[in-house]
Design a protein. Structure first.
Lengths: 809, 171
């Protein structure tokens, strides 16, 4: 038993040493004279060798012995390190890793054969390869293949996380404080039994009584304390033999997770306590409750911190990866790493590991050019790969950029057309930036030939999906010939995410905020447009683009919301995922909140629209919606939408901004009419206005021209303007008219004031009520203006089909 | 499957659903608590009553009435929750009333008669004899296995192939 314990410790220690070795070797290769680094490599290998002898791991001993021999000659300065030597030594590191994997899994060394490797190493120790030996491509390829296999094996093995001593001690302190406080609180409660009873009665059957909630907390605090002391004990044992231990200690990840869960429970119990302990009843109880509240919040924060790890933990492997890939592709690559101390939750780190490796492979394989190609293009022979991470706004930003050949949008465009992803006109209408995003399209990127043409793209859709799965976003920028940059934004932690809380059928749901674009309220009565149907799928025109809608209540089979709420307006949450944008129609939008994500029971995991569940502040469970799953419920495909988006709403000219005449009605309302509809603008003295069938008319160019008081048809309260036309009125005053000509007939629209001629640049929010004189509304010269439909006005006035009336002469 | 019932004695947790008495193996029962309001899960099977918060842990509640096709519970009568830990994870069974913990000696229970319709004894693992009553022992794992039925909102009778009843008492 004890032996097992030692072996486990040995494995954990070696794991770390190996990662460091990879990095050290690559650094050493670049700077062979770094004796200090060489010394540290030698010591690391020597330690593994010594321990393996102690446990009787002969294969491990053999490999490390040969490696050590070679290293000692290097250290003595007998010859210098070169690429072949580095490769051989790295292979020995791989071999050690493989054996250690086997030991950790099965307890034995496994059946790998390392004799050939040992021979190579021994050989090199005697006959060092000359510095200029061209490296054999095969052997490098092997190395990297081994790497890949071994990396996969490794993935699940990383069981230990380093915890900062400080935060761990903080946790223990806080836990002590909580338990002390609660004990106080309970004592006080005992002093006032009647109050306790009262509160008990209040708490009802569903909530825990203060005693049980308090007991709960007490118990939990005890457990937290116990966990704390365990890790403290651990601390002491590791301190003696490891100088690093003074700054950090090793804690089992399982223990951390337990701690996290317990703190979660503590938070909920705290919430109950806050509700039970009515503030005005007992000031002392209230004080204690508040203190427990504060400490719990602090505790939660610190425990979350213990799970944070610097991103450098996964980036540490990259120098080796980049080196191997570069040799394999015959390229020169300089890797720049910036911000590797940026901390991210361990689970996030795990989730981004693979997508990152992929992006780096892409950049070296397809992005960066071969040295001769680079020279020809006038660039430095050595390509640059730049990794950068930084915190911003509660998220982590990561940028991977290279100065390679970039992505040629023209070629992708051609490719998209030949693969029938886009029509030719459509493809040419899209900007280069949009075209480049096509490499995230699943069907597009998996085709092998595209790689050669586009310079990038295998499995980019997988990268995107993986990043989006953890609530992140990915952005791609590329300029042909200059380089490519991928910018990724990921949340700090997966356990707690900001979410928008919405309501549907009186039930609360949480939507991860990373997918949220905007929120709309579609009001059927207003001029904000309406919901239309394309092949029975509801869509909404949002700033000229079609937004497919998903009704959450329909999707979940609830009784559809009352017609009442539909009439008053609909709340639409615009969500984006996977290049798809859609609107989710919900009953109500509550607020945004930080939620703790909990997995659903596996049985419910098969419902694609649900991502998980969370406990809300009141202790009730709310479901978390899966935006990707919801997008699958959109009735229209992306192609459909693209096609329909091309269809512009009727009457909206596409090319030049429409010239419009802006004028004002007596009610001060701004209205505009297309200039093309207008014949002239006239001023008639009031005395010229005559009456025909109780409607105002004037004699105009040999016709009897009806005058139309616009207000009457635009839902305005008729002003005196219309009526006063017939009155004796002031003979000097005049009537302003916009004369429109339909066929041979003239019509005069009475307006109060002509404002200006302007261009209709902005989008028109469609009214879409057929036959309404107002076609829509738009912002003209910074002011909201109604756009008039001349034909509809005449129709409303009952003048559309009027026969020309010749004026009696 | 039948010869597997070799445990000399078996402790069961008996409960009532409507007028009927059922039981589940006690070793899977973790705790019993009063019903609390739960959050319904859309698109799930009707048997899934919803999710509830049990001291910070989110647990799925299954209404055994729906699961066994017994008439829907009368409004206003609050069920009792039995927290079980099955191979499908922790979940909660909602029953009408807790009856008792019964220790069954080996001669008190036997395999389900083969003559019973396979659909009928889908969740049964054994039947047991009380003084002058014959009751069935339900299989916790089969009850909790909503795979394939979770998206099916049909009540009770699900069109599924009959499963091999789980061996009661098998260790």
């Amino acid at each position: 038993m004890e032996n097992e314990e030692f072996i486990r410790e040995f494995l954990e220690e070696s794991e770390e040493n190996l990662d460091q070795l990879d990095q050290d070797f690559v650094m050493l290769e670049q700077n062979p004279g770094d004796l200090e680094r060489l010394g540290s490599i030698y010591r690391a290998i020597h330690t593994i060798k010594g321990t393996s002898g102690f446990f009787g791991f002969s294969k491990l001993g053999g490999v490390t012995h040969s490696a050590e021999n070679l290293l000692s000659r290097l250290r003595n300065g007998d010859f210098a390190l070169n690429q072949d030597l580095t490769t051989a030594l790295l292979r020995s590191v791989d071999a050690v890793r493989e054996v250690l994997d086997n030991i950790s899994r099965d307890g034995v060394e496994g059946d790998g054969d390392y004799r050939e490797l040992n021979r190579t190493l021994d050989d090199f120790a005697v006959n060092p390869p000359s510095t200029d030996t061209p490296s054999s491509a095969e052997s490098h390829a092997n190395v990297s293949e081994e790497n890949q296999v071994e990396a996969e094996e490794n993935r699940d093995r990383d069981q230990v996380s380093d915890v900062h001593d400080k935060s761990m001690l903080g946790v223990i302190e806080l836990a002590n404080e909580v338990s002390g406080l609660i004990a106080d609180g309970l004592d006080e409660e005992k002093d006032t039994p009647d109050k306790t009873d009262e509160i008990l009665g209040d708490s009802g059957s569903l909530t825990a009584a203060p005693e049980s909630a308090g007991g709960d907390i007490n118990e939990k605090a005890d457990r937290v304390e116990k966990l704390g002391s365990i890790s403290e004990g651990h601390h002491e044992t590791t301190m003696s033999d490891n100088k690093l231990a003074e700054r950090s200690i090793r804690v089992d990840v399982g223990l951390l997770n337990q701690l996290m869960d317990l703190v979660g429970e503590l938070v909920l119990a705290r919430n109950q306590l806050l509700r039970v302990g009515a503030p005005e009843k007992d000031q002392r109880l209230n004080n204690v409750t508040q203190q427990v509240n504060r400490i719990t919040t602090d505790l939660q924060e610190r425990v979350s911190q213990t799970r944070m790890q610097p991103i450098g933990n996964i980036w540490g492997k990259y120098p080796r990866l980049v080196r191997d890939l570069a040799i394999q592709c015959g390229k020169q690559v300089e890797l720049l790493i910036e911000g590797d101390q940026t901390e991210v939750d361990k689970s996030v780190l795990e989730a981004i590991k693979d997508p990152f490796t992929h992006l780096i492979r892409n950049a070296i394989d397809h992005g960066l050019e071969k040295p001769e190609e680079r020279t020809a293009a006038g660039k430095m022979e050595c390509g640059k790969l730049h990794l950068r991470a930084w915190h911003q706004g509660g998220q982590v930003n990561i940028k991977i950029s290279d100065n390679g050949r970039g992505i040629d949008a023209t070629k992708i465009r051609e490719r998209a057309i030949t693969r029938h992803l886009l029509g030719p006109e459509e493809a040419h209408a899209m900007s280069d930036k949009d075209i480049i995003q096509l490499i995230f399209t699943p069907g597009f990127s998996t085709a092998a030939e595209v790689t050669d043409i586009s310079g990038r793209g295998v499995g980019m859709d997988v990268v995107k999906t993986n990043i989006e799965k953890i609530g992140g976003t990915i952005e791609l920028q590329s300029t042909a010939g200059v380089g490519t940059a991928v910018k990724i934004r990921i949340p700090l932690t997966l356990a707690i995410i900001p979410a928008l809380i919405i309501q549907c059928n009186h039930q609360r749901f949480a939507i991860p905020q990373g997918h949220l674009v905007e929120m709309l309220r579609i009001n059927q009565k207003e001029t904000t447009g309406k919901i239309e149907l394309i092949r029975n799928a509801p869509v909404y025109r949002l700033r000229g683009k079609l937004l497919p809608l998903v009704y959450l209540s329909e999707l979940f089979g609830y009784e559809s919301s009352t017609s009442d709420s539909k009439a008053s307006g609909q709340n639409v949450v615009v969500l984006q995922t996977d290049n798809r944008r859609f609107g989710l129609v919900v009953d109500d939008v509550d607020r945004t909140e930080e939620i703790v994500v909990k997995a659903l029971h596996p049985v419910l995991g098969s419902i694609p629209q649900l991502a998980g569940a969370t406990v809300m502040g009141d202790g009730r469970v709310a479901l978390i919606l899966d935006v990707l799953g919801l997008a699958g419920s959109v009735g229209l495909s992306v192609q459909d939408l693209r096609k329909y988006s091309q269809l512009k709403p009727a009457g909206q000219s596409e090319k030049k901004p429409e010239r419009i005449l802006v004028f004002r009605l007596a009610s001060d309302r701004r209205v505009a009419l297309a200039l093309s509809d207008i014949d002239r603008i006239e001023d008639f003295p009031k005395s010229a206005v005559e009456q025909l069938d109780s409607s105002p008319v004037v004699q105009y160019r040999g016709q009897i021209m009806p005058l139309i008081p616009l207000e009457n048809y635009l839902g305005e309260v008729p002003t005196a303007a219309g009526d006063s036309l017939f009155g004796a009125g002031d003979a000097a005053s005049s009537v302003k008219c916009i004369v429109i000509k339909r066929g041979e007939n003239f019509f005069g629209l009475i307006v109060d004031e002509i404002v200006d001629v302007s261009g209709l640049n902005g989008p028109v929010r469609d009214k879409n009520t057929v036959g309404h004189p107002i076609r829509g509304a738009a912002v003209v010269d910074g002011k909201v203006t109604d756009i008039l439909d001349a034909g509809a006005v005449l129709e409303a006035a009952g003048l559309q089909n009027q026969q020309p009336v010749g004026a009696a002469t | 499957m039948n010869q597997n019932i070799v445990d000399p004695s078996l402790q069961v947790c008996a409960f009532r659903l409507g007028t009927d008495l059922f039981a589940i193996d006690l070793k899977f029962v973790q705790e019993v608590f009063r019903y609390q309001e739960c959050t319904p899960v859309p698109l799930s099977s009707r048997s899934v009553k919803g999710l509830l918060n049990l001291r910070g842990q989110i647990v799925m509640a299954i209404d055994l009435r729906e699961r066994l096709g017994i008439a829907t519970r009368v409004e206003g009568k609050t069920p009792i929750s039995i927290l079980v830990r099955s191979q499908n994870g922790a979940m909660c069974f909602l029953v009408d009333e807790l009856f008792d913990i019964i220790t069954l000696e080996s001669e008190q229970y036997e395999p389900i008669p083969e003559t019973l319709d396979s659909e009928e004894r889908r969740h049964d693992s054994a039947c047991f004899k009380l003084e002058n009553d014959l009751r069935t022992l339900l299989d916790v794992h089969s009850l909790g296995d909503l795979e394939g039925s979770v998206l099916n909102s049909q009540v009770g009778k699900l069109n599924r192939l009959p499963r091999q009843p789980h061996e009661a008492g098998a260790t």
